[in-house]
Design a protein around this ligand. Structure first.
Ligand code: SF4
Length: 375
């Protein structure tokens, strides 16, 4: 039925931009799957995108490298132009907006007044709190003051990237600026964290679509990360996992194992500690991702990054894994190395699978609790 409807609303310019109805619905299916929603939600997502509502977005940058803005600009689901023109109303973004100085400040206050209580604040970069916030000021106000003023009347705050989520690189020891994440300062407005260095534009798109479709942020884990994107360990979905389980490890860069795509665990891979859907959605239109390109995961989505991830290329040792997840010795079949019989192997594998299923069930349970279900 939707396939016969004409375009209107936020996605209404799609045809004018040369995007076919088929491509539009393909995007809706992709985002629905990314959100870990049943396929029947595709029509509901499509209707939300075709409706008249747009999300008013105020994008603030503090101690950042603009990498999340770059990720946003490079997104292809939808393209940046579609983002700006169709899905959201990007009312304030210091890097992208035309006004500067007092005109920029006027734009900010106009956006805050016109969409009071409804706008979404996107924050990029950590917030310095040392020495009264003097290390980052905008228009004579500290980043702390700007954030609290803008977040106060927002419908939701989305921290994009690890710096905005948990402090990130600026918070690395000895953290001279007293850098913290958004959640340390904003307490009265819902805050969602989309960590990663940088944020994955697919997850950012999906979060905005969820907000537009359901009027609320997606369910999160206890670190404020949406379960649809951070509910699984990278290790759980890694295409090199079979090599890990079989004890086939890269021992040095460029060796035969590296050429054959073996597991990077002993080259310092932090995939067993890092939560992200990187293996499923990838980067650059899912053409590749770090482990796919032969580089270990550096756990950039976790609190404590960078201090807890460095040195990047040093094996953390098997003691960093739960017993059921520990690999066989290099080149040795799993059961032989651990001295296990078939039943024990099955139990160990079963424990890992059950842990995964528990996380997925938590995510779908959260989906079931959405107040306004169905297509
Ligand atoms: Fe993949 Fe890293 Fe886990 Fe190996 S240790 S299976 S490369 S996530």
């Amino acid at each position: 039925m939707i396939a016969q409807q004409a375009f209107s609303g936020p996605a209404g310019n799609a045809e004018e931009q040369g995007i076919s109805r088929r491509e539009f619905l393909k995007f809706c299916s992709f985002i629905t799957a990314t959100l870990a929603l049943p396929p029947l939600y595709t029509q509901r997502v499509a209707r939300a995108l075709e409706g008249p509502s747009k999300i008013h977005v105020i994008w603030l940058e503090f101690q950042d490298c603009a990498g999340d803005t770059e990720s946003f600009l490079r997104s292809s689901h939808p393209t940046p132009a579609q983002f700006v023109l169709d899905l959201i109303s990007l009312d304030y973004h210091e890097t992208l907006m035309a006004p500067a100085g007092k005109a920029a400040e006027a734009s900010l206050h106009q956006a805050m007044n016109e969409a009071k209580g409804k706008y979404v604040v996107v924050v990029e970069g950590s917030i310095p709190t040392a020495d009264e916030g003097v290390y980052c000021t905008v228009a004579g106000k500290s980043a702390v003051q700007v954030l609290q003023e803008v977040a106060k009347n927002a419908g939701a705050v989305i921290a994009v990237g690890t710096c905005a989520s948990y402090g990130g690189l600026p918070a690395a020891a000895p953290n001279p600026t007293g850098a913290v994440g958004v959640g340390d300062l904003v307490k009265d407005t819902p805050v969602l964290n989309l960590p990663g260095c940088s944020v994955n534009a697919v997850n950012f798109s999906a979060t905005l679509v969820h907000f537009l479709t359901f009027g609320q942020l997606p369910a999160t884990d206890d670190l404020g990360r949406p379960l649809f994107a951070y509910g699984d360990l990278i290790h759980d979905n890694c295409p090199r996992r079979a090599h890990f389980d079989a004890g086939r490890f890269v021992q040095e860069w460029g060796d035969e194992g590296h050429r054959q795509g073996w597991c990077l665990y002993k080259m310092g891979c932090k995939g067993p500690q890092a939560h992200s859907n990187c293996p499923l959605v990838g980067w650059n239109d899912n053409t590749s991702w770090p482990i796919g390109a032969g580089h270990p995961c550096i756990a950039c989505t976790e609190p404590g990054f960078w201090d807890t991830s460095t040195p990047f290329y040093q094996w953390m040792g098997e003691s960093s894994l739960p017993a059921s997840e520990r690999p066989a010795r290099s080149g040795t079949p799993l059961g032989v190395a651990l001295g296990l019989g078939g039943g024990a192997i099955g139990a160990a594998a079963g424990a890992a699978v059950m842990a995964r299923q528990k996380r997925k069930s938590a995510a779908s349970h959260a989906a079931e609790e959405r107040p306004d279900e169905g297509a």
